[in-house]
Ligand binder design. Structure first.
Ligand code: FAD
Ligand code: NAP
Length: 340
């Protein structure tokens, strides 16, 4: 076997929540051939497989008895390139933020609002990563994957990925595919999205009247750094809950009771509530129990101050969910993937 298998490995350095659980087996694969070999080996041993990118959207609540497989496939290829736009194929193990910065350096735009999101390119379609009014689905042409059971390579069109708010067919059917590469259509004529959050304000403050895609990326990086904890300093897994989507009638009732309610009408008539606002109103911002806490600047982010376990974090999440349900009759859904 050409694989370098490790045994009983601590996954603490491999998840941004810094939870210290162990993998019975751990392997990094650099090619699709190695990936097939690793999947076949796990199947022969009847082992479960946990796919790992950057580990920034995971909650690991106990030791993993199977094979943890980290995808290290690298490379970016140009598939189409003309004066207007381009299509690039990016291997799953590329770092997302580095890819975004690479695209900007090539004069391509479309991903600037998604700067500084941790993790790998292969995981980006899984929850259709989004920020500042832009989602991965806006640029994805198709996704190349390997069907885990049959080891058959398949291509899924963007429509087949069934992208939705922080969701996709890959999140819905978690054990079916390994994403091996993603094709993105990027533009040489930027159509910048500045109307979300404080992006325009930051640009104005800097005296930038005619921003480029690179300026927008700089704005997003600065804004994110000012309010979101860096997992290298304070372990976290980003937003812990999705923003709840409620009916217009429920939003109206809540608005009546809580005039400051932060809500955004959606195209389909429903209303998105800011989960962070609900949690803050309920008094959880800055809360800490032992090493599990709610971030002091952004109530949507749960943090590990050192030795919290995945269970400690999930227990805190349950308390918050119950409280929000009781106060606002709104059910918060956990965003990261939980391995119980
Ligand atoms: P992992 O955590 O390693 O994996 C996540 C899930 O995807 C797992 O179920 C895993 O099995 C599966 N998976 C991973 N790779 C593959 C693959 N190649 N094929 C199939 N399945 C795979 N998310 C946003 O949407 N917007 C944000 O703005 C954002 N900001 C964040 C900020 C911080 C500080 C942090 C810590 C997280 C943030 N996130 C955000 C969440 C996270 O960065 C994204 O979900 C990211 O795409 C996860 O990538 P990863 O490689 O770390 O995935
Ligand atoms: P923010 O700007 O304080 O905004 C709070 C919430 O309001 C966000 O969740 C956002 O929803 C929503 N919102 C703000 N302006 C909006 C608009 N013009 N139209 C519709 N909805 C609007 O949020 P933040 O925490 O600093 O995060 C900034 C961006 O990065 C957000 O898009 C957020 O989703 C993303 N982010 C995601 C994660 C993650 O792990 N998923 C972590 C950090 C940041 P949306 O979340 O739907 O955009």
């Amino acid at each position: 076997m050409s694989l370098h298998l490790q045994e009983h490995l601590s996954l603490r350095p491999y998840n941004t929540l810094a939870v210290d659980v162990r993998a019975r087996y751990f392997v990094q694969v650099d090619s699709v051939e190695q990936l097939c070999e690793a999947l076949s080996w796990a199947k022969a041993q009847s082992l479960e497989v946990l796919l790992l990118g950057g580990g920034s959207n995971l909650v690991l609540s106990k030791d993993f008895a199977g094979l943890v497989l980290q995808l290290n496939l690298r490379g970016i290829d140009w598939l189409e390139d003309d004066a207007e736009q381009t299509v690039v194929r990016v291997q799953a193990g590329e770092n997302w933020h580095e890819f975004v910065q690479w695209s900007l350096a090539q004069g391509l735009s479309g991903l600037e609002n998604l700067s500084l999101i941790p993790g790998s390119v292969g995981a980006a379609p899984v929850q259709n990563i989004g920020a500042y009014g832009v989602e991965t689905k806006d640029s994805v042409v198709q996704v190349q994957a390997l069907e885990r059971d049959s080891l058959t390579p398949v291509t899924l069109s963007a429509a087949e990925c069934d992208f939705a708010y922080r969701d996709s067919v890959f999140k819905q059917q978690p054990n079916r595919w390994v994403i091996t590469s993603v094709d993105f259509r990027l533009s040489r004529t930027p159509a910048l999205k500045l109307g979300y959050g404080p992006i325009q304000g930051w640009l104005t403050e800097q005296g930038i009247d005619a921003p480029t895609a690179k300026d927008v990326s700089r704005a997003v990086i600065a804004i994110r750094q000012s309010k979101l904890p860096d997992p290298a300093q304070l372990a976290n897994t980003g937003s812990f809950f999705k923003n709840p989507i409620v009916s217009a009638a429920q939003a109206q009732r809540l608005q009546h009771e809580f005039p400051q309610l932060v809500s955004y009408p959606m195209a389909d008539g429903q209303v998105k509530l800011a989960a962070g606002w609900l949690i803050e109103q309920a008094g959880w911002k800055g809360f800490r129990q032992d090493d599990a806490g709610v971030h002091a600047q952004q109530a949507l982010v749960l943090v590990n101050y050192g030795h919290a376990t995945g269970r400690d974090i999930l227990e805190l999440a349950s308390r918050i969910q119950a409280d929000i349900n009781q106060r606002f009759a709104v059910q918060l859904e956990i965003e990261p993937v939980v391995y119980r």
